[in-house]
Ligand binder design. Structure first.
Ligand code: NAD
Ligand code: MG
Length: 385
């Protein structure tokens, strides 16, 4: 494999730092050419000095001079602001974007990368939740691969390698169940952010950790899977598997089921996406079937974890409804993280936003942007932020 030049969008996050670990471990295979961060100037500077990229972007314009000054003795170009993310995504200096920004903010730069024909390793699931039809259509037009980084979708992608046109009967998305598996509303009503931020199996950014606790993450992942693998609503099943060893499964039309397994470690799907179709040797810990242990499975409790039911509903309705769900959820999660609303209030905010924002069956990109803005404003008005 020739050396691949990677652009890491969101390099200071959980995905971004692990992607840099993969690059550091495989310097003959990868270089980091673009690094971007929203606020963490210190880490961005450290990363830039270590990996010597072509350019960096610091989202927060107040930090531009700090970063510029710290890198002034290098050749590294420094940009700042939201627009710069899209401009840099259109540059020629890289081969693959690793889309590791969290939330709606990742949509425009990712779209830009696809438009100019760059391969994308996609961690930022919100991009597909908001505008999956447009993203996948553009990727088809440009004949560029969108390779999932999300562990469940990487699992499905890996199960499909070599299957050609063989039909999928359904996919089985596994869910850990999060820290509150088995709990009921009378418990959840009192949950505070410190408890919700403790995920049993994965260490991730704050937003996705809260989404995992509410099961919204699995709802977003159903919508992500729909677009990535061109599936219908009834072809996607969620199963709770608390050990997170089976990362997801595909059932084909002959009834045969393939699973991809391993210990939970995001570096594996990250390096798989970056090196695809090659696999890279590593010394990550291995799962050992000889050790006593159980792999268990159960149905998700969507009566308690209503966010998952709302995401299913949004997916069934289609149009701009998943975009509304996502925008309202982002507002709700950040309000919860600031102790402004309770755990169960997050669901209320999403549900009321879905009822309020006008439905558009076939939105244009512009209408997705407008829907996002409207849903955010309405959700924020419910919280009085
Ligand atoms: P994180 O919060 O740890 O990192 C987010 C990154 O995005 C940071 O580098 C931050 O600077 C940047 N960022 C945040 N807001 C921004 C904005 N408005 N504009 C530009 N950049 C911004 O998040 P994470 O856990 O690394 O998750 C990143 C994405 O990957 C999310 O979409 C998440 O759902 C997905 N994902 C993460 C994991 C995981 O293990 N962390 C697993 C599967 C999928
Ligand atoms: Mg996942």
């Amino acid at each position: 494999m020739s050396q691949k030049r990677i652009a890491i969008f969101g390099s200071t996050g959980s995905i971004g730092t692990q992607a840099l670990d993969v690059i550091a471990a495989n310097p003959d295979l990868f270089t980091a050419e673009i690094l971007t961060a929203q606020t963490n100037d210190e880490l961005l500077i450290t990363q830039a000095l270590k990996f010597n990229p072509n350019m960096v972007v610091i989202g927060d314009e107040k930090k531009y001079l700090i970063v510029k000054e710290a890198l002034s003795h290098t050749e590294i170009k420094v940009f700042s602001g939201e627009k710069a993310l899209e401009e840099v995504a259109a540059m020629d200096c890289y081969d693959m974007m690793l889309a590791g920004i969290v939330g709606y903010a990742g949509l425009k730069p990712t779209l830009r990368a696809i438009e100019i024909g760059k391969a994308v390793g996609l961690a930022n699931k919100e991009t597909l939740v908001v505008a999956g039809d447009i993203i996948m259509r553009k990727a088809m037009e440009k004949r560029i691969p969108v390779i999932p980084v999300d562990s469940e979708h990487s699992a499905i992608f890996q199960c499909l390698v070599g299957e050609g046109r063989n039909k999928i009967e359904k996919i089985i998305l596994t869910a850990s169940g999060g820290p509150f598996l088995g709990k009921k509303p009378n418990f959840l009503v009192n949950v505070k952010k410190d408890h919700a931020l403790q995920h049993p199996n994965w260490s991730m950014g704050a937003k996705i950790t809260i989404d995992s606790a509410t099961l919204m993450n699995k709802g977003l992942e159903m919508i992500e899977a729909k677009w990535l693998f061109n599936l219908t609503y009834d072809q996607i099943q969620v199963v709770v598997h608390p050990q997170s060893i089976i990362h997801s499964m595909v059932q084909f039309e002959d009834g045969s089921i393939k699973a991809q397994m391993g210990l939970p470690d995001m570096k594996l799907p990250i390096q798989y996406a970056m090196a695809f179709p090659q696999r890279i040797a590593n010394d990550f810990p291995r799962y050992d079937f000889r050790k006593p242990g159980t792999l268990s499975f159960e149905e998700p409790d969507i009566k308690t974890f209503r966010n998952l039911a709302l995401a299913m509903e949004a997916m069934k309705q289609g149009g701009n409804m998943p975009c509304v769900l996502n925008a309202a959820n982002e507002i709700a999660v950040y309000a919860f993280l600031r102790n402004r609303i309770g755990f169960l209030d997050m669901t209320e905010v999403v549900e009321q936003s879905m009822a309020k924002i006008p439905f558009i069956p076939h939105p244009t990109l512009e209408e997705y942007f407008e829907t996002d803005g409207e849903a955010r404003n309405f959700a924020a008005s419910l919280i009085h932020m």
